[in-house]
Structure formats: structure tokens, C-alpha cells
Ligand binder design. Sequence first.
Ligand SMILES: Nc1ncnc2c1ncn2[C@@H]1O[C@H](COP(=O)(O)OP(=O)(O)O)[C@@H](O)[C@H]1O
Ligand SMILES: [Mg+2]
Length: 245
Amino acid sequence: MIRLKDIVLVRDKKTILQVKDFHLAEGERLAVIGPNGSGKSTLVKVLALLEPPTSGEVFFRGEKVTSKNNLAIRRRMAVVFQEPLLLNITVFNNVAQGMRFRGIDAEEIQRRVEYWLDRFGITALRNRKPLNLSGGEAQRVSLARAFALEPEVIFMDEPFSALDFYTRMELLESLGARLAETGATTVFVTHDINEIPYLTDNVAAIDGGMIAYKGRLDSLLAGEVATPSVQRLLQPFKKSMLHLL
Ligand SMILES: Nc1ncnc2c1ncn2[C@@H]1O[C@H](COP(=O)(O)OP(=O)(O)O)[C@@H](O)[C@H]1O
Ligand SMILES: [Mg+2]
């Protein structure tokens, strides 16, 4: 679906991402994990075509991404950030907004908004404004907005990190069910390994701007790939994961 080839991204004379070869397959559901500042968000921005790499190539369904086709391809993807970034209009209109930009007709917009409000359990909020929603409710709106676009790939960059534990668990359950239903190709960034089993057993681990591991979560935790960078990466999780091993 998306391939990165010899990607290097330099900012302020510092190499913050270096990926020789990376492939996200159609229908793949990938969690991306790594410590603070390891390059998780940068990887998502490059994959979602929000940030051009300093060098290297991005391919979408085999087609090389260029400045000409960039916008058209970007419109086939959706991104959910940690902050819901909602507009001061009703929940219904927030979910509808992205589709309006993409020229989808009103009847279809109506159908999709109602469907996704229902799937994320927020139909009752349809006439509310985002300002008085809880953090969890707001993030449900932002998920509904992304899914309603019926994107070919959905990126989520630590979408639940700002939420309390209980709300986070609820949203992980809900998102896991929706992803299983749609089979959407997904990249889910988290700094918390505990979130991954709700969504997938397929994980990429980033360390120092490089992909140190891509494979099954259980193999990673079983220590099958004990390179120094992966070891270092797992260190912070060892304690919290003890009860699962
Ligand atoms: N625009 C930028 N200019 C300079 N450095 C940046 C920029 N964006 C990110 N960085 C640096 O790149 C590294 C990776 O950042 P980021 O991808 O946001 O990490 P993560 O999401 O894993 O916390 C960090 O060291 C960060 O400070
Ligand atoms: Mg980040």
C-alpha cells in the first residue's frame, strides 16, 4: 500500500528519520511504538504525506508520490491526532466537514455521519458543540470524522494519550471493534505498549529515527530480536508488562 525507500529526514542539521525500506501492506494494522522523540510522529507525517522527506521516495499503491499527485493521494488517507482539532460547529457538522471538502454529495454525507456517530456511540451528541464535550467524547468525534471519509489508510498518532485510564480502555475497545469491522489499513502510534493488544499483534519499534523492529508483538516481548536498540526500547515497558509474561 505504502512503501518508503531510502528515506532520510533532516531537521536543524539533525537526522530525525532514516528508513531504508518500509512497507505497509493493504489491510495491515500496524502499531508503532518508541520512546519520546524517537521519530514516531515524523514517520507518520512522512507516510501520510504531511512532511516531505529530505531524500528518498514514497510510493502509494506502487505509484511514486510527487508534488503533482501529492494532494490527490493525501485525500485518500485520514489522520487522527492526540488533540481532536474540532471546529466550533456541531458534532454532526464536524464529522461531515471533511467529506464536504472532498466533494461527497449531501445524501451520502448524511448517511455516513449517522452511521459513524452510531458506531462510535455518540449519536446523542450530534447537536452539541465540541467545547463542552469530555476528552473521550471529543476523540470519538474525531475518530468518526476519520472513518466517515472511508480512507484507504488511517493514521492515528497517540490518539488516546491525553485521556484518563478508564476512558482510554473504552476507546481502545471501541476502536479495535471498528477496525476489525472495516479491515482498514491502519497505523497506530503509541508510546504505551499496553495499548497494542487491543488493536493488533503487529508492531514496528522506532529508536533514534530508525525502525529497530517490525513483526509480531509477542516475538518482540519474548526477546527474539534482542538487538541493543530493541533492548533499550523495551526497558521502560519491562515492569508494566511483567504481569502479561
Ligand atoms: N520541525 C522539527 N525541527 C527540528 N527537530 C524536529 C522537528 N520535528 C521533530 N523534531 C525532532 O525529531 C525527533 C523526532 O520527533 P518526533 O517524530 O516528534 O518523535 P516522537 O513522535 O517519537 O516523540 C525529536 O528529537 C524532535 O525533537
Ligand atoms: Mg509524537
